[in-house]
Ligand binder design. Structure first.
Ligand SMILES: Cc1cc2nc3c(=O)[nH]c(=O)nc-3n(C[C@H](O)[C@H](O)[C@H](O)COP(=O)(O)OP(=O)(O)OC[C@H]3O[C@@H](n4cnc5c(N)ncnc54)[C@H](O)[C@@H]3O)c2cc1C
Length: 239
């Protein structure tokens, strides 16, 4: 009885869906398609995310973890997320690892302001987790829009395939936190003169270092740099 009351409360606060398809799309990255009637006609802007309610079904027994929408078409009754399995036993990584068709999941409506702006050109930088949002954002850019960027993954061949080729770099066993590999890759990009708009996502301290490079070494204004920290060592469920 108590469980069904909790279930009804959950259904009021969240959209209800079910995993309908899972695919390995890159090393440690799984595309999870969530289907359900609630997803038909759902509004979203590429770059936005949903929060999954991960738990045993009770309101007090769950936590929220955030995942960008990789793809959604309002005519579908489905949306695609791509989760990176960072290897820990934390709720998000464990859910991504265990996801299989038939699993029920509650989640919030699409949300977030990490979306593309009008710009002379667009610059993207981040690691695996960020590449999911970047894929959706790149796919939605107007035809002919100029896009540059660098994406980091653990090893060669581990990168998520994106709609536009960005520079790929590998950290090769080094930490993704405060990643000098990624900062150096952005430093080496041959960009047009003057600022565009930058979208930096992923590990918080890496983002700070890339923003410092753009502002201090390239002379960009801070307002030209959109940042969205997705995770950082020692913190849980950022956002
Ligand atoms: C707006 C937004 C969009 C996001 N989109 C995506 C997405 O599309 N795909 C995706 O995979 N993730 C995405 N993330 C990141 C994801 O929410 C975090 O990685 C989250 O911490 C995973 O939850 P968890 O329960 O596994 O770990 P948590 O309980 O949150 O964290 C526990 C510990 O795990 C470690 N950790 C967490 N994430 C990573 C990581 N990526 N690499 C190494 N160590 C890590 C840290 O040490 C952390 O302290 C997004 C985050 C935000 C805020």
């Amino acid at each position: 009885m108590r469980r069904s009351v909790a279930r009804r409360l959950l259904d009021r606060m969240f959209l209800a869906g079910e995993v309908v398809e899972v695919e390995e799309v890159a090393a440690r990255m799984r595309r999870v398609r969530i289907g359900g009637e609630a997803l038909a006609g759902l509004d979203w802007t590429p770059g936005q995310h949903v929060r999954l309610f991960i738990g045993d079904g009770g309101l007090l027994g769950g936590v929220l973890r955030t995942y960008s929408i990789w793809r959604h078409d309002p005519t579908w009754e489905a949306l695609d997320l791509i989760g990176y399995d960072h290897g820990g036993d934390s709720p998000g990584a464990s859910w991504i690892r265990a996801a299989e068709p038939g699993m029920e999941i509650s989640f919030t409506r699409p949300d977030g302001s990490f979306v593309t702006q009008e710009a002379r050109y667009h610059l993207f930088a981040g690691e695996e987790t960020a590449s999911v949002a970047f894929g959706a954002m790149l796919r939605a850019l107007p035809e002919g829009a100029a896009a540059y960027g660098a994406v980091e993954a653990e090893g060669p061949g581990d990168h998520l395939e994106l709609p536009k080729e960005l520079v790929k770099v590998c950290r090769g066993g080094r930490p993704a936190a405060r990643s000098e590999v990624l900062v150096d890759a952005v430093r080496e990009l041959d960009l047009p003169d003057g600022p565009g708009v930058a979208y930096l996502a992923g590990e918080a301290r890496t983002i700070q270092a890339i923003r410092a490079h753009l502002v201090n070494e390239r002379g960009w204004q801070r307002r030209d740099v959109r940042t969205k920290p997705f995770w950082t060592p020692g913190r849980k469920g950022l956002d």
